[in-house]
Design a binder for this molecule. Structure first.
Ligand code: SAM
Length: 452
């Protein structure tokens, strides 16, 4: 929209821009087109636009053929947009973007998030929408210049801080351009900047433990002027050795370390931590025949290496809303790392029966106990990795104490979101879970959910 059109539209719909809602409307058409170009859109894309306002960007987003979900807090603008864009590829949600339930985006194939954000909530929004793991594959955001500089900062600069590292741990951040206040009506008090965030490839950075990383970084940046050695004494007692191994000056301050050095530091802090990744491969499993009768025992590596039939349990945990808890397998797992899986799952050990294994796995992985009910048994096939699987269900509202060496993350999801997610992106899931899901939902998804 041109300046004169914005002016006329605001008068027509009797809206005076509300400062507290960050209502500064973009009137530079070339810039709007340039922004949308950076999203590389096709008809396959599903765009979530935060704060569409009068539709300055929405118009170009829809021109690309993509579907657009726009979230606008001001009812008057939401009503205006509903009338302005009548295509069925456009959906307007009159809501506060901070209340938006991100989980529903997992059911879309290619999600991109775009917005000329209201500055008063940009840091909260940024942290909410860049929470890891995320179904979003690209972020294009207009931010207050200062915020854009902070998240794209490089070491040794005053903008470089804990926020930089928390965001850059999962995303590559590009500061694309500074945007002067003059392209908005009314003009904001500060300049803006446009940034693009793309998720990092899984093997781009060394492995780390997320909780330890975040703790060490926050502690390190808690007093920027102090040398790190004084702030991290408890975490890293052998400081000089650590500095020389990682390659930084032992008198360094937090802003001098690169992301990779912070990861190395947090890994040293973690090695003293009891929840470091466990080494696996030493256990023995019962080997069974095609009728699930025990033939003998074999070490884990042999069972998996030779595709021998063996036994496993999967447990699906529902909360009182009927949502299912999914775990994201740890990066350290030897099989299917980082894929989404049943709430808890594991092998039946030698000398153990299915029920005992289910109770043990449930307790070990989620740190709680609950009554487990048998749902169904799956035959050993290629798809189950030659595992006979007994599937159980349980009811629990959490919170859980996740076994960090096994599970990277876990969350409850509505079952209809999971159904759609599996249809859109089956490769996000461990094959054993997909088989359990298929077997248990053949008739009716709701039948799986225990009655409250
Ligand atoms: N995208 C439009 C443009 O570029 O002209 C408008 C951008 S304006 C900076 C921010 C928009 O976000 C406004 O339309 C405002 O009403 C909306 N907004 C403010 N707070 C919001 C919130 N919490 N959730 C969703 N939208 C919000």
């Amino acid at each position: 929209m041109k300046l004169s059109e914005i002016d006329a539209t605001l008068r027509e719909i009797q809206v005076a821009p509300v400062k507290t809602l960050g209502q500064n409307f973009l009137h530079d058409q070339n810039l709007a087109r340039w922004i949308v170009d950076k999203a590389d859109l096709t008809a396959e894309d599903y765009i979530v636009e935060i704060g569409p306002g009068l539709g300055a960007l929405t118009q170009f987003l829809l021109d690309s053929g993509a579907r657009v979900l726009a979230i606008e807090k001001d009812r008057r603008l939401a009503d205006f947009l509903r009338k302005r864009f009548t295509t069925d590829r456009f959906e307007i949600l009159h809501a506060d973007a901070l209340d938006f339930d991100l989980r529903q985006l997992f059911s879309q194939l290619r999600v991109k998030l775009l917005g000329n954000l209201p500055y008063y909530i940009s840091s909260q929004l940024l942290l909410k929408f860049t929470k890891y793991p995320s179904p979003i594959s690209l972020w294009l955001l207009m931010l207050q210049k200062e915020m854009a500089r902070r998240i794209s900062a490089t070491p040794g600069t005053s903008d470089y801080g804990a926020l930089t590292l928390v965001v850059q741990l999962h995303y590559r951040v590009e500061y694309l351009r500074t945007v002067p206040a003059s392209v908005f009506l009314p003009q904001p008090d500060v300049d803006s900047a446009f940034v693009r965030l793309s998720p990092r490839a899984h093997d781009e950075l060394p492995d780390y433990d997320a909780e330890t990383f975040s703790r060490v970084v926050r502690r390190g940046f808690s007093q920027r002027r102090k040398q790190l050695r004084n702030l991290l004494r408890e975490e890293i007692p052998a400081w000089n050795e650590a500095a020389s191994a990682i390659g930084f000056d032992p008198r360094a301050r937090a802003e001098e370390l690169t992301l990779e050095q912070w990861i190395a530091l947090s890994n040293l802090a973690q090695s003293a931590d009891s929840s470091a990744p466990v080494s696996i491969g030493l256990e023995s499993f019962p080997v069974v025949d095609e009728e699930d009768c025990v033939l003998g025992e074999a070490p884990r590596a042999e069972v998996h290496g030779n595709n021998l039939r063996h036994r496993a349990v999967h447990i699906l945990v529902f909360n009182s809303l009927g949502e299912l808890f999914l775990q994201k397998r740890s990066r350290w797992k030897d099989r299917h790392p980082r894929l989404w899986d049943s709430s808890a799952a594991g092998h039946v050990d030698a000398g153990e029966d299915y029920d005992a294994a289910a109770s043990r796995e449930f307790q070990e992985e989620l740190g709680v106990t609950a009554e487990l009910t048998r749902v169904t048994k799956l035959r050993a096939t290629e798809k189950t990795g030659q595992e006979f699987i007994w599937l159980y269900r349980a009811q629990h509202d959490g919170p859980f104490e996740l076994a960090r060496s096994e599970i990277e993350y876990g969350e409850f999801f509505p079952v209809n979101v999971i159904s759609e997610w599996i249809k859109a992106r089956p490769d996000d899931f461990a094959p054993g879970f997909l088989e359990c899901w298929k077997a248990s939902t053949q008739d009716d998804v709701e039948a799986l959910v225990p009655s409250a």
